[in-house]
Design a protein around this ligand. Sequence first.
Ligand SMILES: CC(=O)SCCNC(=O)CCNC(=O)[C@H](O)C(C)(C)COP(=O)(O)OP(=O)(O)OC[C@H]1O[C@@H](n2cnc3c(N)ncnc32)[C@H](O)[C@@H]1OP(=O)(O)O
Length: 539
Amino acid sequence: MIALDNDLQSVQNARELIRNAKKAQSIYAKFSQEKIDSIVKHIAREAYLHAEELAKLANEETGFGNWQDKVLKNVFASSRVYEHIKNLKTVGIINDDRVNKVMEVGVPLGIVTALVPSTNPTSTIFYKTLIALKAGNAIIFSPHPNAQQCSRRAIDIVRKAAEEAGAPAGIVDGLSLLTLEATKALMHSKDVSLILATGGEGMVRAAYSSGTPTISGGPGNGPAFIERSADIKQAVNDIITSKTFDNGVICASEQSIIVERCIYNDVHRELLSQGAYFMNDDESNKLAGILLRPNGMINPAIVGKTAISLSERAGFSVPADTRVLISLQDSVSHKNPYSREKLCPVLGLYIEEDWMKACDRVVELLTNEGLGHTLVIHTQNQDVIRQFALEKPVHRILINTPAALGGIGATTNLIPALTLGCGAVGGGSTSDNVGPLNLINVRKVGYGVRSINDLRHPVVESANEPVVATAPACSSNTSIFDDHRFTSGAAIPATSQPAALYANGDDRFGACAISEAKGEITEESVERIIKEVLGRIGR
Ligand SMILES: CC(=O)SCCNC(=O)CCNC(=O)[C@H](O)C(C)(C)COP(=O)(O)OP(=O)(O)OC[C@H]1O[C@@H](n2cnc3c(N)ncnc32)[C@H](O)[C@@H]1OP(=O)(O)O
């Protein structure tokens, strides 16, 4: 009876939050970009000022990670995320392509419901609030049951800041009475436009099956490949830094090391000198026994614990300076926790004969778990990087960096995010590091009129594409169209957009060059056009 009352009250709480958010968003949706930006700035600042308080609360409540690294995550989720999004255009006319005559208008989605993982319970609230409000949306949080107090405090901070800066009440809030029923009520509501789901597999699956459009992160299982050309000392330092950051709870973190045999002795020595402990078979088995729950999911009792605490729980002791535990492995399976995501400072280590075998192992590990997520390579060899980039089934390939921090965009220039999409291959709807542009719709206004006659003479009908011009020679001895297909003197077909290639893929540029250059192109005429178009698109 009490449980029923609780469920009922919590569902009423969810409905009230939706009503408030709907009202608030209808007002907020009319705010200018400037007004929205000033609100987002104030929220980011307030969040930043509370980074340490919330890090300590999160660590105390969940028992995951360490508060010092959680401070950095809170700073990342407030300051770094803000720095990245502050100049983005998200509402009103966000783009007007006067060459192709297509205008784009940013349209907020409406109400976003956000699930919060217990591993990042305050930083995720900062990050999701900033990206949702920057995109003109309202956001309602459903915190994780094991991190309710700290998440609630984080929500209070962003809500107060939003209102102080002039946002309507209700634009950001969270369930005050948390039950599965209330979370379901949010996820199934017709008034909720999108679920931003980060967390355990069960809740993410529940979000997708609610029928409401969902953007999610997915499970990681990042392999770290140390290739023979790597700077071994730096590679080991990166891996251990990453794996010990907040005691390994970030989903982009390394879960296994793959090493070529020819450098294994050096890697082994370096790992030992930087605080790795190699478990023997007995110790590996003992630890394996507590890494997973009987249902095969990660055991929350081992999440975000130190290497020393893990060894104590497993029943063996390690030197006091141990930072990560390593188990030598030669098999991959769902039952073998060393070949899966662990969310603590434990790594499987695989020795492979050469980089081709290492490639196979990487794919095998990712197919076991973590498809679409992240891998990291330590190498100086550009060919290896290219091969990995072209072929591996992940959406973040990181080079010579700690994966936990590189994947979220802290030590790389990837979009700073705490929801890392795994794309179709990972069962998700996006492969992006999720940001405000994932949280708007874009209304296209087409005002360029093309003749129906274009369809009477389609390009595909002609064997040879009509040539409009010849690439001019440049003083630098390469074509001004910085592309292999258009070296000096080459024919430029009408359907190509050579100048677009020159401008690194900005097709407004190509269309302009083609339409304005017509017929003969000289170096002078193209340079004039380049200048003009770069000016027009603000580069
Ligand atoms: C960039 C990044 O790092 S994003 C990180 C995202 N990744 C992760 O969080 C890792 C995946 N998470 C997990 O595997 C787990 O959450 C763990 C191991 C961390 C913790 O496990 P647990 O404490 O058992 O939490 P879990 O998420 O499984 O949920 C526990 C219960 O709370 C429920 N629950 C979780 N969130 C909610 C919510 N918002 N509302 C209501 N109920 C919820 C779950 O349904 C589950 O119920 P059940 O036990 O009846 O099945």
